[in-house]
Design a protein around this ligand. Structure first.
Ligand SMILES: O=C(O)c1ccccc1N[C@@H]1O[C@H](COP(=O)(O)O)[C@@H](O)[C@H]1O
Length: 211
């Protein structure tokens, strides 16, 4: 199976075009007001409007009031929700949409328990735990914390870039990889060449998997 790719934290129409032209499977929009990559509804609408068919659109929220999630869903064609905070399962499933639950990885995290607790999620997105910052940090975590036999798709995230994504795929064998900082020239400003290099790194790993 080819490794799916999500490019997250887009704030500009041209970056959505660069991601889709490079072959990204999904793009993510950050609806977390404290993020430098935060987008409002109108900005999000403009970005989503240029996407071709079959690119999954993901809305990222961090401990958001339910009303804010509902407002985004009512206004925008979002395919999938990404909950990047401490949202409990009942909250995540209350919107009646497919969702990914984020686990911020550090020693002691039990992913088997997370998978059981969020059994109706479409997968677990694994990001690095950084005190005081919920995500988009550009930090990696120790991939050996991920067990091999989890019962749901894993989206690997946290400090990925064109140079390390091949090793990440060969070691973890995730369903998908997710990148934000690693394809940027500044926070929220993506770079078409970095996106293309990241996609190439994924494709190279897919054709030369570890033995
Ligand atoms: O991008 C942000 O600013 C952000 C804010 C709050 C929660 C998550 C955020 N980003 C997501 O974090 C992961 C890892 O990002 P990175 O590649 O390490 O920069 C990814 O899903 C981002 O979209």
């Amino acid at each position: 199976m080819p490794t799916r790719v999500k490019i997250c934290g887009l704030t500009r129409v041209q970056d959505a075009l660069a991601a889709s032209e490079a072959g990204a499977d999904a793009i993510g929009l950050v609806f977390y007001p404290a993020s430098p990559r935060h987008v409002g509804i109108e900005q999000a609408r403009a970005i989503l409007a240029v996407l071709p068919p079959f690119v999954t659109t993901v809305g990222l929220f961090v401990n958001a009031p339910a009303e804010a999630v509902r407002a985004a869903l009512a206004a925008l064609p979002l395919d999938l929700l990404q909950f990047h905070g401490e949202e409990p399962p009942e909250y995540c499933r209350a919107f009646g949409r497919p969702y990914l639950k984020v686990v911020r990885m550090r020693p002691g995290v039990n992913l088997v328990e997370w998978a059981a607790r969020f059994a109706d999620s479409r997968g677990l997105l694994l990001d690095a735990f950084v005190e005081g910052t919920p995500g988009g940090t550009g930090c990696r975590f120790d991939w050996s914390l991920i067990p091999r036999d989890l019962p749901m798709p894993i989206v690997l995230s946290g400090g990925l870039d064109a140079d390390n994504v091949g090793e990440a795929i060969r070691r973890v064998r995730p369903w998908a990889v997710d990148v934000s900082s690693g394809v940027e020239v500044a926070k929220g400003i993506k770079d078409a060449a970095k996106i293309a290099a990241f996609m190439q790194g994924v494709r190279n790993a897919d054709v030369r998997p570890a033995g």
